[in-house]
Design a protein around this ligand. Structure first.
Ligand code: ADP
Ligand code: F6P
Length: 474
């Protein structure tokens, strides 16, 4: 398929692979971090389409290429734009603002200008790559201006947008000096998808208040007669694919080996995250440390494995977090560990899929405690990996996943004592209770997998814009 005639185009800040230049000058492609890639990759494989995105570097090589059977179309981003558009406006302004201001957002006019310029480049590339009347699906907070910029050039297209992170309430969103431009950018789409219904409601309310368009329920009526729908589509994972991997002998063997290497403790607790301050890693490790200090848990029979992918390492808040976690792990292990029995195994890197599946299989308790999170796919991955209907999921009420995984051990990550109680309850739950909860959650995640998510979204998109002949099926 030529990238110049795609009927289905995904536009995301990142390509599914990152270009890595080795010391000897050779180039490798590595899987990009984060939930967006986990979710969109299987959808893309099922569709003969093109994926437009950034390669993670500052190379200017912009020729489309095929990698792992997907057509990838790189968009160049300069070193200054990485600083201003990616690290700056996307990850030091929008990211904290949209995640309940758990860190203070910074507002800089040069960052905004860079955001506009890079969004325009993505929109221009999409306009070149999309075939007549194609479906273009724009992803996430880094590209909120793309829908309107694209519509201006290509009114023939069916344009969707999906936000993977929370959309904030009006009280927070209106801090943004460029609030109106972002809302108008999103309104270029026919369907604006969110993780949770309250995100969609926040958006519609803001459009009414700030842009002045008429709205009714989840619909926005534009003066030119066009209609935009805003609705929730909770994202998911390739449940069958992950379960198949988890069931392989190699993964099962590795899970056993991991437990042995940990000293065969009675309880293995696991945390898996990008190293991000929204994930509540600090509070969770502190809670575990306090449980040991108080004698509720002993390092002889419990261990916490925390795997954290390096993320956005040049952004100040992420640097601070990394130092804080390094210090906390050092302090807890120094104070409470014994020879051969550290309280926490902390791994600061990205692991292959097989290793992740083995870790999920090896963990008695998976601890997911974000302060705010659009969905959190790790929670769903753990559930799918536990095909033996065992294991306990500890889950923050503030993860989008809590809307579906009601049988998890739910907690408020700001409440330290509450968190300790819930972690203990999960560790001490009877097998019958674990099974009851896990079975119900597994049913939910298996029925609502990523294919279902994409089908529902794309069906809704074709309903808002029915005058279209070409259908895209995930
Ligand atoms: P986010 O999109 O904010 O990173 P999610 O929980 O939705 O959060 O998705 C994270 C994805 O990244 C999951 O698919 C998870 O398995 C993967 N992941 C997280 N940490 C690691 C790691 N250390 N190694 C490999 N994959 C990881
Ligand atoms: O929505 C989650 C997300 O922010 C994606 O948009 C992003 O690709 C991923 O996490 C990882 O973050 P980054 O691309 O900044 O490394």
């Amino acid at each position: 398929m030529s990238a110049h005639q795609a009927d289905f185009v995904v536009v995301a800040n990142r390509l599914p692979v990152d270009r890595v230049v080795n010391d000897d000058g050779s180039v490798d492609w590595r899987r990009s971090p984060g939930g967006l890639v986990t979710a969109i990759e299987p959808v893309m494989r099922a569709n003969d389409g093109a994926w437009i995105g950034w390669s993670g570097g500052t190379d200017t090589d912009v020729e489309p290429f095929v990698e792992d059977e997907m057509t990838l179309v790189p968009v160049p981003v300069s070193a200054q734009e990485v600083e201003e558009f990616y690290e700056g406006f996307s990850n030091a302004t929008l990211w904290p603002l949209y995640h309940d201001v758990v860190a203070k957002p910074a507002f800089h006019r040069e960052w905004w200008e860079s955001y506009v310029a890079v969004n325009r480049r993505f929109a221009d590339r999409a306009a070149e790559v999309a075939a007549e009347e194609a479906t273009v699906w724009v992803q996430d907070y880094q590209l909120q201006l793309v829908p309107a910029m694209l519509r201006e050039q290509r009114p023939d297209l069916r344009i969707g947008f999906f936000l993977h992170i929370p959309f904030p309430p009006a009280e927070l969103f209106q801090q943004l000096p460029w609030r109106r431009q972002l809302l108008e950018g999103l309104l270029g789409a026919d369907l604006v998808g969110f993780q949770r219904p309250n995100n969609a409601q926040n958006f519609v309310r803001l459009v009414r208040q700030r842009v002045g368009h008429k709205t009714h329920r989840d619909l926005v009526y534009l003066p030119d007669g066009r209609m935009v729908q805003a609705a929730a589509f909770p994202i998911s994972i390739d449940s069958a694919g992950l379960e198949e991997l988890a069931r392989t002998d190699a993964v099962e063997q590795r899970a056993k080996e991991i437990r042995e290497q940990l000293g065969n403790p009675r309880h293995v607790l696991l945390g898996v995250d990008r190293l991000d301050y929204t994930k509540g890693i600090y509070n969770r490790l502190r809670a575990f440390g306090e449980l040991i200090e108080e004698g509720e848990v002993s390092v002889e029979d419990a261990v916490f494995v925390q795997v954290a992918t390096p993320s956005r390492e040049r952004v100040e808040q992420y640097r601070i977090l990394r130092d804080d976690i390094d210090r906390l792990v050092g302090r807890i292990n120094g104070d409470l560990g014994r020879i051969g029995r550290p309280a926490i195994h902390y791994i600061h890197n990205s692991q292959p899929r097989e290793e992740m599946a083995a870790l999920f299989r090896a963990a008695d308790v998976c601890v997911v405690t974000p302060l705010a999170d659009g969905m959190n796919l790790v929670a769903k991955e753990y559930v799918v990996s536990r095909y033996d209907n065992d294991g306990a999921l500890v889950l923050s009420e503030f993860a989008g996943a809590a809307g579906e995984l009601r049988q998890a051990f739910l907690l408020n990550p700001y409440d330290m004592n509450g968190m300790k109680e819930v972690i203990l309850a999960a560790m001490r739950a009877e097998r019958s209770e674990r099974t009851k909860r896990m079975r119900a959650m597994r049913k939910t995640v298996k029925e609502n997998d990523v294919t279902r998510w994409a089908t529902k979204y794309l069906d809704a998109l074709s309903h808002v814009r029915p005058s279209h002949h070409k259908q895209v099926r995930p």
